[in-house]
Design a binder for this molecule. Structure first.
Ligand code: PMP
Length: 342
């Protein structure tokens, strides 16, 4: 992989903004360099633009060194950044599995980048050869999502390997739901594949969707490119401090995951007993894709009773399907009771 050839020339050649906090690091007693208001102590100072303290802590939990980590406002931020760093508008293209998480295409559209969708197999498995057929000399990125949203399944490891081995561009593996999965993360493969970008988030298993913190893991060279393009202070100090404390709750998080997996089993057992449930797809995430036939009708009936699920009827390969997130034990029971009463 030749990084210079892959990156947009303007990004490769530009000089990044240098903030006051970049130019002086260290201890001093008087800070008159950033036009801050010195009178409102505690939140008046700009935060560390590269969030090193938080990255150290995340790195220990993930077994990755801090230079391999980018932090953003949700993982939606690195999804947009990777496109802005690598793809030249109206020239380059992106290849991605279909169906998958909708933001890849939204960010491609916003950036005026052609987005080529390749259907998964009927059982939602990945066919690497079919995906690679869509690649041409202007393909900069391939987006994969494993476990995939909205289908819930892990993509086959061997097929992902084929893509990593034969594609000369960047391969993004979005692992937003990896903490619920029965297989290991791709993080351990970062050294082997310099073209790999792994996305994870605090929005799912960590229960911090409102806090907005997403992670991208990759080679230090790629992380430096993300840092070059991002807003200088993209992660505020409240988020940095709060997530740092939440990272101490490793045991509690394990308990949450185990509770949610039990909830998933409960739904997997109860849903097939309903006459209108035609199929429950295998899942490695904290949601289930359920084929019900009349998804629009059932969605509305549930909504009328105050139970909101995600209608995926109009998504490729998902006609007749609802996507149901695993809730608390009580929410799961209410869902099943409500479905039984229809
Ligand atoms: N990736 C996937 C696959 C998702 O499903 C989501 C959220 N639904 C995200 C990324 C974005 O997560 P966030 O921006 O909250 O980190």
């Amino acid at each position: 992989m030749n990084l210079e050839q892959l990156v947009r020339a303007n990004v490769w050649n530009m000089k990044p903004y240098s903030s006051a906090r970049d130019e002086f690091k260290g201890d001093a007693s008087v800070f008159l360099d950033a036009n801050e208001n010195p009178l409102n102590d505690k939140y008046n100072r700009y935060p560390d633009p590269l969030q090193w303290a938080l990255k150290e802590k995340i790195g220990k939990v993930k077994g990755v060194s801090p230079e391999h980590i980018f932090l953003g406002n949700g993982s939606d931020e690195p999804i947009d950044l990777v496109i802005r760093v690598f793809c030249e508008p109206r020239k380059d293209n992106i290849v991605a599995i279909d169906p998958t998480y909708g933001m890849y295409q939204v960010c491609a559209d916003v950036n005026d980048i052609e987005y080529r969708k390749v259907l998964l197999k009927e059982n939602f498995d990945l066919d690497a050869a079919k995906l690679l057929e869509k690649v041409d000399s202007n393909t900069k990125l391939i987006f994969l999502c494993s476990p995939n949203n909205p289908t819930g399944n892990l993509l086959n490891r061997k097929e992902i390997e084929k893509i990593l081995d034969s594609f000369a561009g960047i391969v993004i593996v979005d692992e937003a739901y990896i903490d619920f999965a029965s297989e290991d993360s791709w993080l351990s493969e970062l050294d082997k594949y310099p073209n790999l970008v792994v996305l994870q988030t605090f929005s799912k298993a960590w229960g911090l969707a409102a806090v907005r913190l997403g992670m991208a893991f990759s080679s230090p060279e790629i992380i430096r490119l993300f840092n070059k393009v991002k807003y200088p202070y993209n992660v505020n100090i409240l988020t940095q401090n709060f997530v740092s404390e939440e990272l101490d709750k490793l045991e509690l998080r394990k308990e949450w995951i185990s509770t949610l997996l039990k909830g998933r089993d409960y739904l997997k057992n109860e849903l097939p007993k309903l006459s209108f449930v035609e199929k429950i797809y295998p899942t490695d995430a904290n949601f289930l894709l359920v084929k019900v036939g009349d998804a629009n009708g059932l969605y509305k009936q549930l909504a009328d009773k105050g139970v909101i699920v995600r209608n995926r009827n109009s998504v490729s390969l998902c006609a007749g399907c609802l996507r149901i997130t695993v809730g608390t034990d009580e929410e799961n029971r209410i869902l099943i009771d409500t479905l039984q009463s229809l």
